[in-house]
Design a protein around this ligand. Structure first.
Ligand code: AMP
Ligand code: TRP
Length: 332
């Protein structure tokens, strides 16, 4: 069975973009692939964070994944830092990625433009190499992610190809898998920016754990485009985004929704969209609260996941080190 891997950072504020762009696919794909889903906590320390909250956020992200429908008996959910082989492989791969290409990563460029690159932690710069290690250490064939991760996946492929060319065929060269609808959910207040965990205004972000009133309020205050027609068009980024979310939440196509709301204006549309999103997220929120009520059970699931993941990671790390010429320990 082909293997897939994808990760989420435990940085809080998990939102509709994460759910629609990523988690939903992960749930569907767990049955058709051997699937590994780490909560990537080592990626969550690259910028200022609170040590008091990291562990709790990690449990929160894991509970959300399970609440979204990942079944720990079918797939492997684990915590990245519980499998330290990731970090060791990242060090090795740091010698296959170049400073020039890491400097071209748009996430890094954006940060460097706002505050200058000099003060950024070196870990922030190197983060895409750790991501490559997360993927390659499992020989993943496919990586289901949102559109924003495309460039990181290209880098991962380049690193794998370079390793294979230099040290002999070792790593599977993985492919990105990006959904056609919902791969890039936009901010409800600023529809030219992606919905993000760290955006300044929480009003533009619907969080998976938002209570119904909050969802209704955010949908009602979502910005719209000029005109009154409910149509998905490049010059109507706000309505196009809302239509896409409506489509994902209900299973109706964007075309069907456009016909339903033809001539009815934004008011009705927004009311119905809020209802649809509330119904869409309610079961996830309920299961989440059940899972959070039993942290011992949650941690047992993550332990079981780490054991399964580490068995694979250990083997592939050993292979990479052998190919690179390291002296093995005589105890094997
Ligand atoms: P992150 O929030 O960076 O931990 O991302 C977790 C997953 O959610 C990744 O696969 C991202 O590509 C995806 N994702 C994040 N934001 C969005 C968005 N606005 N639209 C679609 N997918 C997203
Ligand atoms: N960089 C990804 C993000 O910000 C998270 C991530 C880390 C990831 N390691 C990964 C995604 C491996 C897919 C595969 O969303």
């Amino acid at each position: 069975m082909p293997r897939i891997l994808s990760g989420v950072q435990p940085t809080g504020n998990i939102h509709l973009g994460n759910y629609v762009g990523a988690f939903r696919q992960w749930v569907d794909m767990q049955h058709d692939f051997e699937a590994l889903y780490p909560v990537v906590d080592l990626h969550a320390i690259t910028l200022a964070y609170s040590p008091d909250e990291l562990a709790d956020r990690t449990l929160e992200a894991a509970a959300l994944l399970l609440a979204a429908g990942l079944d720990p008996d079918v797939c492997t959910v684990f915590v990245q830092s519980h499998v330290p082989e990731h970090t060791e492989l990242a060090w090795l791969l740091n010698h296959l990625a170049t400073v020039g290409e890491l400097r071209r990563m748009t996430q890094f460029k954006a940060k460097a433009e706002t505050g200058g690159e000099g003060a950024l932690p070196a870990g922030y710069f190197n983060y895409p190499v750790l991501q490559a290690a997360d993927i390659l250490i499992y020989q993943a064939d496919r990586v289901p992610v949102g559109e924003d991760q495309r460039q990181h996946l290209e880098l991962t492929r380049d690193v794998a190809e370079r390793f294979n060319a230099r040290f002999g065929q070792t790593f599977v060269v993985p492919e990105a898998y990006i959904p056609k609808v919902g791969g890039r959910v936009m901010d409800l207040q600023l529809p030219t920016a992606k919905m993000s965990k760290s955006s300044a205004s929480p009003a533009g972000r619907i969080e998976v754990l938002d209570p119904p009133e909050a969802i209704r309020r955010k949908v009602r205050s979502a910005v719209t485009d000029s005109g009154r027609e409910v149509l998905a068009r490049p010059d109507k980024p706000a309505i196009s985004n809302l239509l896409e979310l409506f489509s994902v939440a209900t299973g109706s196509t964007v075309g069907e929704l456009e016909r339903t709301y033809a001539g009815r204006g934004y008011g009705d549309f927004k009311g119905d969209l809020a209802d649809a999103l509330i119904a869409f997220l309610a079961p996830v929120r309920e299961r989440y609260h059940e899972l959070r009520g039993d942290p011992a059970h949650l941690r047992a699931i993550l332990e079981q996941g780490a054991v399964k993941a580490q068995a694979i990671a250990r083997e592939n790390l050993a292979l990479a080190k052998e190919r690179m010429g390291f002296l093995p320990r005589s105890s094997g």
